[in-house]
Design a protein around this ligand. Structure first.
Ligand code: ADP
Length: 699
């Protein structure tokens, strides 16, 4: 027991640690998945940002090129400074990033200029002249390259206390291949970002222009801060100047669900957790169910082991699938010797195997056996037979399919023995009661008859003495006196004889008085009244009862108790005559014995339907009546049975004759005897019935 519980403990703890391991693995897997999804999403955002930064650079570059083309067109179109200023003013109105546009001659002297109309002059604080050297440098670079050149950016403090980072671009103005001057445009770097970069790109990002070392020059939008900030840098390479466009972006969504993918993975992980939890609960329930099942099984096992009733299950082919210990004990065999055994079963007596087999086939054919059970005989391993009562029920499995038969088997040997003992003692009691009554009657008769017989005897002796004296005397006898004495004695003898006769008649009358209650009774009712007793004995002796009742028979007039007694006696005699020495204890049930039939028949006595008599017959297949027995059959106290009284048949005849009927017998072929008697029909003999009632002792 202790070993078992420690084994169970070990198993439970191993199970728990397995669950913990599974939980840890799933959690790690989930974390990894979420992290990978986050990383993947970050890389996507980064790539998108890089692309946007490159696009911003392209936007700025193409914006600058557009501006240069516009300036070139301006110079090609306008000849006079005034007209140029007018057109240039319009251009600056359109292009907000340009802060100032100058037309300079070949010596870099300012021919004319316009400033942006959107703000005060950027050169208000610092004079334009102070950056002349820078302009000269960029224009010489432009002349060298015969194309536009950009200056390194420089800071212009403003009157409002703030400042502005600007860069000059110089474009040589050519006329017929000859340099005629320069166009110098001053760009606000912040304007480049806000005006040239397309709106979708600059929205929700921090856009800035920095130097190569990271020094921020201009800024547009709000710079991103925080841990999840993405930065993309792209080089803005202009002739004569190189800057870096920096784009900053921050993931606006909450950190836990940065994107749909991560959310999806998290949801799946959560679902996995839920499934795990459900699985765990399911396992717990299963474990509980297993425990319950184990307990139920143990309970069932204990119950089966303690049962005295044998249990046996068979499948539809008749193979034994289960036996309980009580059944094994009953038939004296081990369970393994019985299990899977097909027909004939090892506990079937060989002589009855055929009958059992037929019964089994009937069952398999779907003819259900009675639920109240049937009797049978089984054989122990040592060959002894014993009677059993079998109750069978169909075995229905969990899905409602009929899979076999379950039988409860009771060993009824003890019950049989008790029944037999009680029956025998009842018979003995009845016999003793009858004998006692006969004895009492005899002593009463002898007492009552003693006196008249003694008187008769003494009168006879006296008479003889008188006659002897008369013949031996010397003198002649006084003849008249002698005759008178003798006459008196004879008269006395006659009187006493008459008295004795009266005693006998009074006893006879007494006996008859109790038998005179006659009534009209349905013949069938007489049979029905004795059937329970007859069936009981028939079952014990293995006899089948066959009834042949002509239901058209009219009621008979009789003392029903007496006639029932006659019928019972004849039936019992018939069954006993058929008994072939079976041991009462192991007597086979009627269904299993070689057919022995006792027929009880009722029909009109004559063949015509209007017969005034009804015939009752009891026919057996017994040993018959030998000539020697036949001679004394109706003699009182004649019997061939060990415990018989020999009064049955003589009383039967008396009773029937009292009813005016006739009791007789004849032998039956091939063997057996038929006893029959007749009784008068009730309606036909009302007078007779009345007479019988009024005239006691009539036979
Ligand atoms: P008991 O039954 O007490 O012996 P009965 O008067 O009923 O007294 O029977 C007398 C005898 O007649 C029986 O012992 C038996 O030998 C014989 N006898 C009666 N009925 C039959 C019968 N149906 N077949 C053969 N013998 C019978």
């Amino acid at each position: 027991m202790a070993l078992k519980s420690s084994w169970i403990d070990g198993w439970v703890s191993r199970r728990v640690s397995l669950w913990l391991l599974l939980l840890a693995l799933v959690t790690a897997l989930m974390g990894l998945l979420i992290w990978l999804a986050g990383r993947y999403e970050s890389s996507l955002v980064q790539t998108r940002l890089e692309d946007n930064a490159a696009q911003a650079v392209t936007d700025i570059r193409s914006g600058l090129n557009r501006n240069l083309q516009a300036i070139q067109a301006l110079h090609a179109r306008e000849r006079s400074v005034q007209e140029w200023q007018l057109s240039a003013g319009q251009l600056l109105h359109e292009r907000r990033e340009m802060q100032r546009l100058e037309w300079r001659d070949e010596a870099l002297g300012v021919k004319g200029f316009v400033e942006t109309p959107f703000r005060k002059s950027v050169f208000e604080q610092i004079q334009r002249g102070s950056v002349q050297a820078d302009v000269a440098m960029v224009c010489s670079a432009a002349r060298r390259m015969s194309g536009p050149a950009y200056s390194v950016s420089y800071f212009l403090p403003q009157v409002d206390g703030l400042g502005l980072e600007v860069s000059d671009a110089c474009l040589p103005v050519m006329e017929s291949g000859r340099l005629t001057g320069y166009a110098v445009v001053t760009y606000s770097l912040q304007g480049l970002l806000s005006e040239l970069v397309s709106r979708p790109l600059s929205q929700r990002v921090g856009l800035s222009l920095t130097e190569a070392d990271g020094t921020r020059l201009a800024m547009h939008g709000t710079p991103a801060r925080g841990s999840r900030t993405f930065v993309a840098r792209q080089l803005l390479d202009l002739p004569g100047s190189t800057m870096v466009v920096r784009m900053e972006s921050r993931l606006g969504t909450p950190a836990l669900f940065p994107n749909v993918l991560t959310a999806l993975v998290t949801a799946m992980a959560l679902a996995l957790l839920v499934v795990l939890f459900l699985l765990g609960r399911d396992m717990r329930r299963r474990l509980q169910a297993e425990n319950d099942l184990g307990e139920a099984l143990a309970f069932r096992k204990a119950m089966e082991n303690s049962l005295l009733t044998g249990l046996r299950a068979r499948d539809l082919q008749g193979r034994i699938t289960y036996v309980n210990p009580a059944f094994c004990k009953m038939v004296g065999a081990e369970a393994r010797e019985l299990l899977n055994q097909s027909m004939p079963s090892p506990y079937w007596p060989p002589e009855l195997a055929g009958v059992y087999q037929r019964r089994q086939e009937m069952r398999l054919a779907g003819n259900h056996l009675p639920r109240e059970g049937h009797e049978s005989v089984f054989m122990r391993k040592d060959g002894t037979r014993f009677p059993v009562l079998i109750m069978e029920a169909p075995l229905i499995n969990a899905v409602g399919k009929h899979t076999g038969w379950m039988s409860a088997i009771l060993d009824v040997s003890e019950q049989r023995r008790t029944e037999e003992i009680s029956r025998a003692s009842q018979d003995r009691l009845q016999a003793s009661a009858r004998l006692a009554m006969v004895g009492e009657m005899a002593s009463l008769l002898s007492h009552e008859l003693n006196q008249p017989l003694a008187a008769i005897s003494s009168y006879a002796t006296g008479s003889l003495n008188l006659l002897a004296d008369a013949s031996a005397g010397d003198q002649a006898p006084d003849a008249p006196a002698l005759l008178d004495d003798l006459r008196l004695a004879m008269r006395r003898i006659a009187e006493q004889a008459e008295r004795a006769g009266k005693v006998i008649k009074s006893v006879h009358d007494f006996v008859r008085r109790s038998e005179r209650v006659r009534e009209a009774v349905e013949p069938r009712a007489l049979l029905d009244a004795i059937m329970p007793l007859v069936i009981l004995q028939a079952r014990k002796l293995g006899v089948r009862i066959s009834l042949e009742v002509d239901e058209t028979c009219p009621p008979v007039l009789c003392d029903r108790t007496m006639v029932e007694q006659v019928l019972l006696n004849l039936a019992r005699n018939g069954m006993q005559a058929m008994q072939c020495g079976n041991d009462a204890e192991t007597a086979l049930p009627a269904s299993l014995q070689p057919e022995k039939v006792l027929t009880l028949r009722i029909r009109p006595a004559a063949s015509n339907a209007h017969s005034q008599w009804v015939e009752f017959a009891v026919s057996d297949q017994g040993e018959g009546i030998s000539a020697e027995v036949a001679r004394q059959l109706f003699t009182p106290f004649f019997t061939t049975k060990r415990e018989g009284m020999g009064l049955g048949l003589s009383l039967c005849r008396t009773v029937i004759e009292q009813h005016g009927g006739f009791l007789g017998y004849e032998s039956v072929q091939p063997q057996g005897t038929i006893f029959s008697f007749t009784l008068p029909v009730a309606a036909a003999s009302p007078a007779a019935g009345a007479a019988m009632q009024n005239t006691p002792g009539e036979s």
